[in-house]
Design a protein around this ligand. Structure first.
Ligand code: SF4
Length: 580
């Protein structure tokens, strides 16, 4: 594909497939063939894309397609079961009359206001028994979604603690006005001096990334804002895009100014599709104000535009090279690196991929200067971090702290008592117990992309770890064997122990497998997928030991249960052919 060839985003494959999914409640094969002709793409490429993303289906879903979050913070699968019973449909299936399908999906980013679900892609939060009852009535009455109570679809920001970024007013255009008074080199120097590091979790120096990209040769340069926050327990980008979109877009434009890009893309996770109308409205206002387009703020040669691409349900697309593959209308399989995106990214051109929070911070730094930013924070972690706090506390929501804050301080602020464990940085992060609550947030101690999940003493922590293992097994893209097979084996091993059939052998085997998955996987997903299991084995061994059988070994594989399908197909069920 040539640089610049993806200009009309209405023609983006993911968007066209989304429209088909809405129209037919699945993607018909004939539509794939038609689309292949129209978009001049191989049929196999489109089929591959349809099969890759969770929100596209080859077989019909219901006219109401309901997906319950399966996250430990915003999910409630018991509620899913209740709605299934009310509507007479089994989980994962579509009712015979085609009216409704109900299933579970990975975290939908509503961890501060769960339980939550998506219906035809729209979010309903704060589910209750009464709300489920009414949802069932509306489905049975075939009430159009637009006539369901509007307050059900309202999503709150829930900002509990402001800091440097959330608490400083941002005048639209002010970062750009400050920037054009400096040469791009001077702005780059200021960003570098601020010590700003990527807020997605990995913490690569933002100034360094921009510099590498600026120096890379290419026909075009690109800026991508990674708004595909899919880590369970994370929802801070949702708030930034809801209430601070100007700062985010301005950060993207500044990055374009520094690296010499004329085009930026916001890659938005599908679960936040409800934000699109307002995001487009903000972009349009920015165009009218001369803050986007040709000759920004009247400066000849400063041209920059932004488009939005919406994902389709794939956690792996939060990994920058997968995200770029997805933007190029392909399956989101992580690339082999090097080359890194800064030299060979979108369409093979130099590309900066930055997190939403990073770009919003860059915009504020352009206005207030590097010192304003780096006087807060710790030695190796300048500035503040926005946290998504969820789980067992009285006030879940958004909290912004200078790096270096202790875990205990956060727990005190959000009203968490009698805490058993915290998952810092989401399932791919670190699981810690009370003896580590004096540890500090920061790249030198506990790094985090922002997820902060609290588990009280009443929680079945092993069930939580098992939930995370199921998440990774589901989200593994399948490209490399250690992750594809290893995450499934870890999931099975945990299921076995949770159900009371595990032995010490299984614990040892799980440790061996978790270490292998961590060391041998191709990308960050696999390299971190085993973290919850390893952390739990190391810090909470009793959780496992209490559930172990006394025997040394019990088979992993339930042969009798596995024969069930053969019995069904052959209509034979001989009593003697059952294993005790
Ligand atoms: Fe895919 Fe997992 Fe391998 Fe990453 S580690 S490439 S997600 S299979």
């Amino acid at each position: 594909t040539k640089p610049g060839s993806l200009t009309r985003q209405n023609d983006h494959l993911l968007h066209r497939l989304y429209d088909l999914q809405q129209q037919f409640h699945h993607i018909p094969q004939q539509s794939i063939i038609n689309l292949a002709t129209e978009l001049k793409l191989p049929i196999s490429q489109i089929e591959g894309v349809v099969d890759f993303y969770s929100f596209f289906h080859r077989s019909p879903r219901g006219r109401y397609d309901i997906l319950f979050s399966n996250c430990t913070s915003c999910g409630d699968l018991a509620m899913m079961q209740q709605l299934c019973e009310k509507l007479n449909v089994s989980p994962g299936n579509t009712r015979a009359d085609g009216s409704v399908s109900i299933d579970a999906t990975s975290c939908i980013g509503m961890c501060d206001q769960g339980p939550a679900l998506l219906v035809n892609g729209r979010t309903i939060t704060q589910l209750s028994a009464q709300r489920l009852e009414m949802i069932a009535s509306h489905v049975e009455a075939a009430t159009p979604l637009d006539q369901w109570p509007a307050e059900w679809f309202r999503v709150q920001d829930n900002v509990r603690k402001n800091g440097l970024l959330l608490g400083t007013a941002f005048d639209t255009g002010s970062a750009l006005s400050a920037a054009i008074n400096m040469e791009p080199e001077a702005l780059l120097a200021e960003i570098t001096k601020s010590g700003l590091r990527g807020r997605g979790g990995a913490g690569f120096g933002t100034g360094m990334k921009w510099k590498f990209c600026r120096e890379a040769k290419g026909d075009a340069h690109y800026v991508i804002c990674n708004a595909d926050e899919g880590e369970p327990g994370t929802f801070k980008d949702r708030i930034l895009l809801t209430s601070h979109a100007h700062a985010v877009f301005e950060g993207m434009t500044l990055c374009g100014y520094v690296i010499g890009a004329q085009k930026g893309y916001l890659y938005l996770r599908a679960e936040y599709r409800y934000l699109l109308p307002e995001l487009y409205a903000v972009l349009s206002r920015r165009q009218q104000a001369g803050l986007l387009g040709a000759g920004i703020l009247g400066q000849t040669g400063f041209d920059f535009d932004i488009d939005i691409i919406v994902g389709a349900g794939a956690y792996i697309c939060g990994e920058e090279s997968s995200l770029i593959e997805s933007m190029e209308q392909k399956r989101g399989i992580p690339r082999v690196r090097p080359p890194f995106p800064v030299t060979s990214g979108f369409l093979g051109q130099p590309t900066v991929v930055n997190n939403v929070e990073t770009l919003a911070a860059a915009a504020q730094i352009a206005i207030h200067g590097s010192e304003w930013f780096n006087t807060q924070g710790s030695d190796k972690s300048d500035g503040t971090k926005i946290l998504s706090v969820s789980g067992d506390c009285t006030t879940p929501g958004i909290y912004e702290y200078p790096f270096g804050v202790s875990i205990q301080k956060i727990l005190d602020d959000c009203g968490a008592e009698n805490v058993q464990a915290i998952q810092v940085g989401g399932p791919s992060g670190t699981l810690i117990g009370p003896d580590e609550f004096e540890r500090k947030l920061g790249f030198e101690d506990l790094a985090t992309g922002g997820s902060f999940m609290i588990f009280g003493a009443e929680r079945d922590l092993l069930a939580v770890i098992s939930n995370f293992a199921h998440f990774f097994a589901h989200e593994s893209c399948g490209f490399c064997t250690p992750c594809r097979v290893g995450t499934s084996l870890l999931k099975n091993g945990l299921d076995k122990i949770v159900s009371g059939h595990g032995t010490r052998y299984d614990m040892d085997e799980m440790y061996r497998m978790a270490t292998l998955v961590k060391r041998r996987s191709h990308c960050g997903l696999g390299q971190t997928a085993a973290n919850p299991v390893l952390d739990a084995l190391q810090r909470f061994p009793k959780l496992f030991e209490e559930r172990l059988l006394h025997s040394e070994y019990a088979p992993h594989f339930d042969l009798d249960a596995s024969l069930e399908e053969a019995r069904r197909i052959t209509h034979r069920d001989d009593a003697e052919a059952h294993l005790s």
